[in-house]
Every structure is written in structure tokens, then in C-alpha cells.
Design a binder for this molecule. Structure first.
Ligand SMILES: Nc1nc2c(c(=O)[nH]1)N[C@H]1C(S)=C(S)[C@@H](COP(=O)(O)OP(=O)(O)OC[C@H]3O[C@@H](n4cnc5c(N)ncnc54)[C@H](O)[C@@H]3O)O[C@H]1N2
Ligand code: MOO
Ligand code: MG
Length: 429
């Protein structure tokens, strides 16, 4: 008799997988390899930035007190006693009516407390000595970049778990991190199942299709920040699949299979889980697409049985696999970021189960608009290419009209959500 499956709520399913979340190990990588990784330790400032008072302009460093009486009518003249570019230090103490020609970034010489921009000075050589004059007074502190004005020693600058973007790379370099502690990337295995599958370099043949899911999943794994290992596609042959799944699982932290999780004659994943002794956490979720998404566990590792239907496979990954990856990177916001948007067009299909509509979002006069991206069936591949969000329509609702508020989950976002699953409801217009 055909097995009856009990659908569980999406939030329940996510909870079940998150119980398997694990803290990843830390590894040190070179600064140039740290971009787009996740920081594994807090970074605190061990120095002020800047670490000395410096000039923000090319000009002359002076003692402001000497400029007190300078006016257009009575300019004050300074003797230029030296010149420093960035990277050099003027060693002597500057005396009354002396100035040091100073370039942007150079340390303010001892005794000086103001910088006059080059453009505001007049320069002349008299008897082989250089002088400059100014025609207004400068207060103490004019044009000085003070030590510590950017960062004070001891400040925690970046917390562990933070995504390393180019700005973080700049800070890491500033504080001398030639090597950076980052979370190791989990290695996620990918297997495609189905006798109909061809690889992208093969010509189409009757009844066959190209394997898009494996490549899509690998791209999703990379987008989430993890590494993939592709084990290939296997035809619907139970014994081969059992062996391949066993072998693959030993080499990875998590394993994704696509296809073969429903109730068809060649849907072998349920039998594979049984054969290898994996515990099935759930095999039906009250959602569309992706209702057949199955997750099993063996020896602390998760096996994701994602649907063969491309859109269902895609949604299953983003809801259930991505947060495990992000958790491994120390994130306390591992889920897709949830926002409120306005529906860009009618969506009249009823929703017995919670529906995740692949959608494109844009802003119109400050309001986020989410518009379903094209053909939105579970089997669809075309709508995935333009999707940067899922519109979440809760189960038990009858269809939605343009301009109604909806919850959306953003796909190309780094911030994430702590827990986006409470209180998803039907809003009025
Ligand atoms: N009697 C029932 N039939 C189906 C049910 C059901 O509850 N009762 N569920 C339907 C739903 S919902 C989905 S989703 C699919 C899930 O199918 P499987 O996960 O078992 O996947 P397959 O049967 O292997 O393939 C489904 C579909 O996807 C294509 N496919 C498979 N692998 C790939 C790939 N790597 N790249 C691109 N496309 C792929 C495959 O050719 C099929 O067209 O089951 C429904 N049926
Ligand atoms: O698992 Mo299916 O995707 O609900 O169409
Ligand atoms: Mg099937």
C-alpha cells in the first residue's frame, strides 16, 4: 500500500533541522582569501586609528598662536624650516614663526597645532631661504586629524559571525591581520538522481532532460558561503544509489540529493534512507513547492532529499539548508531575511499549503514591491533566474490581489533573519 505522509508546518520542519546545527571549526586564511568568509573571532582595536595626529591636507604646519595677527592688510610671514611627506617624521620642535611644509597623511610636527592649505599661502625665496605668508588667523586644531578620531584602542570593531566584506577587509588590514580567523566552510555533497538526466554537455534525446538541479544547488551552496562536492548523477538504480549515498556521506558534512523523494515507482530515496539506517526527520512539509522535501539524519549528519522539480528543489534548499550553513558561520540570523512588500500583481491561485512564490523585488517610491517571476509551477526553471525573493502566502488563503501587503523572504541578502516564521498572515490592502 502507498505510504501516507503527514505534512508538518514549515516552521516545524525548520526547527527540526536547526536542532542539527553545529558550530563550525575555525581556520586561519590569508587576508586576501578572507573576503566573503565569516569572521570567527571578535576583532578589537589594539591601536588608535589614526595612530598619530596627522595632516588631512597638503600645506604648512604652524603654531596657531603665531597666526593671531594675520590679516589681508598685514600678512604674517613664516620661515619654512623643513618639509615632510607622508611616512616621514619632522624631528625638531617647531619654533615661533616657523612652518613645516607638510603633505597629507604626514604626522604633525611637535609644537604645531594647525595646518594651512597650500592654496591659502604665499611662498617666496629670500636670500636662499623659503618663506610663506598667510593673511588670516587659524585656531588651534584647524586641519588636524587627531589620533584615535576614527577608532579608539580597545573598541570591538567587528563581531564574530560577521560577513567579511571589502570594508571588513580594510579593517583587518588596518589592524595587522595578515591571517584571519574564519569559520571553515562546510562541505556539502550533491547527488542528482534520475534515469532521465543528461549533463549540460550532452545532446537532448527523447524523454531526457538536462540536469539543472545539481548545478543550481551547487550555486546555492556557494551563495550561502559553503563549499560543494559534486558526486554526479545516478540513474534510478537502488543498489547503485545506496552505495553512492553511503560513499558520499562519508566525505561531506551534509548531503543533498535531488529527485526520487516522492511516492513514484523509481523514487528510491525513502528506501535508501532505510537501507543506510538514517532517521527520517520529516518527509512532507505543508508548503508549495517543495512539499516532498525530506530530511534524514545519520551519525549527526543531515541528508537533504530535495525534490526533483527545480523550483521545489530551490525552495527546499533556501528554507532548510541555507540556515544550517549560516549557523555554522556563527550567525544568529541564519534564516532568509523577511520584509514586508506590496504585491505587484494579482495572484489568484488558492493556497491549501503555504506558498513560496518566486518573485522579483524592486522599490517604487520607497515601497518594496514583489512581483511573481513568470511561470511559477514546482517544475518551473525559468522563473528562478529572475527571482530575488519568495513571496510567502500562508496556507488556507484563497488568492491575493495586487497592492495587498505580503511577507517576502529575500534571497540575495547577507543580513538574514533570526526567525522569520512567526506570524506570517494574510494582510489587508
Ligand atoms: N502520486 C503523487 N505524485 C507526485 C506527488 C505526490 O504527492 N503524489 N508529489 C509531486 C510533487 S509535489 C513533486 S515536487 C514531485 C517530486 O518528485 P521527486 O522529488 O520524486 O523527483 P523525481 O520524480 O525524480 O522528478 C520530478 C521531476 O523533476 C525532474 N527532475 C529530476 N531531477 C532533476 C534534475 N536534476 N534537474 C532537472 N529536473 C529534474 C524530473 O524529470 C521530473 O520531471 O513529485 C510529484 N508527484
Ligand atoms: O513538492 Mo511539490 O514541489 O509541492 O510540487
Ligand atoms: Mg518522483
Amino acid at each position: 500500500m502507498l505510504e501516507r505522509r503527514n505534512p508538518i508546518a514549515v516552521s516545524e520542519a525548520v526547527k527540526k533541522v536547526m536542532e542539527f546545527a553545529y558550530e563550525e571549526k575555525v581556520e586561519w586564511v590569508s587576508l586576501t582569501d578572507s573576503n566573503a568568509r565569516f569572521l570567527a573571532e571578535d576583532i578589537a582595536a589594539d591601536q588608535d586609528v589614526p595612530s598619530f595626529d596627522r595632516s588631512p591636507y597638503d600645506g604648512f604646519a604652524i603654531r596657531s598662536v603665531d597666526s593671531e595677527l594675520a590679516t589681508k592688510e598685514n600678512p604674517v610671514q613664516f620661515k619654512v624650516v623643513g618639509e615632510i611627506g607622508a611616512g616621514f617624521v619632522y624631528e625638531a620642535e617647531v619654533q615661533a614663526f616657523q612652518a613645516v611644509r607638510i603633505m597629507t597623511g604626514a604626522p604633525i610636527p611637535a609644537g604645531c597645532d594647525a595646518v594651512v592649505m597650500l592654496e591659502l599661502t604665499k611662498n617666496e625665496v629670500q636670500n636662499g631661504e623659503t618663506f610663506m605668508s598667510i593673511n588670516r588667523a587659524y585656531e588651534a586644531g584647524t586641519n588636524i586629524s587627531y589620533q584615535g578620531e576614527d577608532v579608539k584602542i580597545g573598541e570591538v570593531l567587528i563581531e564574530k559571525g560577521q560577513y567579511i566584506n571589502p570594508g571588513v577587509v580594510a579593517l583587518l588590514a588596518t589592524f595587522g591581520y595578515a591571517k584571519v580567523p574564519v569559520y571553515r566552510k562546510p562541505i556539502i555533497g550533491v547527488i542528482a538522481t534520475g534515469s532521465e538526466l543528461l549533463e549540460p554537455d550532452e545532446a537532448l534525446a527523447p524523454g531526457k532532460i538536462r540536469n539543472s538541479n545539481a548545478y543550481m544547488s551547487m550555486a546555492q551552496i556557494e551563495r550561502a558561503g559553503a563549499s560543494f562536492k559534486y558526486f554526479g548523477k545516478f540513474s534510478d538504480d537502488l543498489d547503485v544509489c545506496i552505495e553512492e549515498v553511503k560513499k558520499a556521506l562519508a566525505e561531506v558534512d551534509l548531503l543533498i540529493t535531488t529527485g526520487g523523494v516522492s511516492v513514484g515507482d523509481y523514487d528510491y530515496l525513502p528506501a535508501i534512507y532505510k537501507a543506510i539506517g538514517a532517521e527520517v526527520l520529516f518527509n512532507k512539509v505543508a508548503m508549495r513547492p517543495g512539499s516532498v522535501t525530506t530530511v534524514a539524519a545519520l551519525d549527526g549528519k543531515l541528508l537533504y532529499g530535495l525534490s526533483g522539480n527545480p523550483s521545489a528543489c530551490y525552495v527546499g534548499f533556501e528554507l532548510f539548508t541555507r540556515p544550517i550553513i549560516r549557523k555554522a558561520f556563527g550567525s544568529n540570523q541564519p534564516h532568509l531575511r523577511r520584509e514586508k512588500a506590496v504585491l505587484g500583481e494579482d495572484f489568484t491561485k488558492a493556497n491549501p499549503f503555504t506558498r513560496f512564490i518566486r518573485a522579483a523585488v524592486h522599490y517604487d517610491q520607497g515601497q518594496l514591491i514583489a512581483t511573481p517571476s513568470g511561470f511559477n509551477k514546482s517544475s518551473a526553471v525559468s522563473s528562478l533566474a529572475t527571482a530575488d525573493a519568495f513571496i510567502v502566502l500562508p496556507g488556507g488563503s484563497r488568492g491575493y490581489e495586487k497592492n495587498m501587503f505580503v511577507d517576502v523572504l529575500l534571497l540575495d541578502d547577507l543580513q538574514g533573519s533570526e526567525w522569520p516564521w512567526d506570524n506570517i498572515k494574510k494582510y489587508s490592502k
